[in-house]
Design a protein around this ligand. Structure first.
Ligand SMILES: O=C(O)CCC(=O)C(=O)O
Ligand SMILES: [Fe+2]
Length: 308
């Protein structure tokens, strides 16, 4: 399937809200700019010196506060979404991905029911994103795909989009969409703003699974250290409200079924554990580990005069 691509000037905020944000449909908005300085100065030295200290290294990226200054402006559409009352922000909602050629981020969806705007600044990436209506097999109690490296997507079994992003492409990636990402150029840089909706999405399998898992984590707090790989204490930046909203209709039967379903995945997942571990090590090693000789190469597709 082909992902929708629209130019900033052809997409009103209201149209974005109705067609993509509310329906949780991915889209690429072209010609978006965040750095106001010359493109050639946005190299790895610049990024490291400006953001590495302020950031918190997390597996394959750096978490940062919502930064904005004369050099870096948050794109208008992102700012408007982050300010919506139904959106909750974690303390560090801004992330930077800077990776070398060949980095392959394993299939996963983001924890904390995160939706994200991912803006390609430099380089090029190949994305394969899969609808939560036809999810990949999940690892027990988490959001990593339980698949081998040579996993083949098939249109018979998966609704997925395969596409490349180039500088100026702002991808809206809704929550629970699996994504697998390959960095294609020597120097690849993406800015990412993430948020958690305060309301659940119970229209797809992974949204319902998350609601059930939240209920389990809330009912049995000791399981958080034991079974889960992410932090629960400040889920989505508004844990109590989100847990209450998402798991309102999750009763004892659903809790029990979910526990059994997740536990029954262990034998299968044990097979793939070393694959997943190796892939996590790959993205962790590559995180900000790029050659500083490479510079932002503007794409013909991005429109330098476009609104930010
Ligand atoms: O760029 C990548 O390699 C991974 C991006 C990603 O996982 C995300 O934006 O959530
Ligand atoms: Fe991700």
């Amino acid at each position: 399937m082909k992902i929708s691509r629209l130019k900033t000037k052809d997409l009103s905020f209201e149209a974005f809200q109705h067609t993509y944000l509310r329906l949780e449909e991915p889209v690429i908005i072209e010609g978006v700019k965040a750095f106001q300085i010359p493109e050639t100065s946005v190299d790895s030295n610049f990024i490291k010196s400006k953001y590495k200290q302020q950031g918190e290294k997390v597996i394959g990226w750096y978490n940062l506060p919502l930064l904005e200054d004369n050099n870096l402006k948050i794109p208008e559409i992102v700012k408007r979404v982050l300010n919506l009352p139904e959106v909750s922000l974690r303390a560090l909602p801004f992330r930077i991905f800077m990776q070398p050629k060949g980095n392959h981020t394993l299939p996963h969806y983001d924890g904390n029911s995160l939706c994200g705007f991912n803006l390609q600044i430099a380089g090029r990436k190949k994305w394969t994103i899969t609808s939560p209506q036809t999810p990949l097999p999940t690892s027990p109690f988490n959001f990593l795909g339980s698949v081998h490296r040579d996993f083949q997507y098939s249109e018979c079994t998966h609704t997925y989009y395969e596409f490349e992003t180039v500088p100026g492409d702002l991808l809206f990636l809704p929550r629970y969409w699996f994504h697998e990402v390959v960095s294609l150029e020597e120097f690849n840089l993406n800015l990412n703003w993430v948020f958690t909706p305060r309301y659940p999405n119970l229209n797809n399998h992974l949204g319902r699974r998350e609601a059930e898992i939240l209920k389990i984590r809330d009912l049995f707090p000791f399981l958080n250290d034991w079974l889960f790989i992410d932090d629960f204490s400040n889920y989505g930046g508004a844990k109590d409200q989100i847990v209450a909203n998402y798991s309102r209709n999750v009763g004892a039967v659903k809790v029990l079924k979910r526990l059994l379903t997740e536990v029954s995945k262990y034998p299968q997942a044990a097979n793939k554990l070393h694959v997943v571990e190796e892939r996590l090590k790959e993205i962790s090693t590559n995180n900000f580990n790029v050659d500083s000789e490479h510079f932002y190469e503007p794409s013909t597709r991005s429109d330098p005069n476009a609104e930010t």
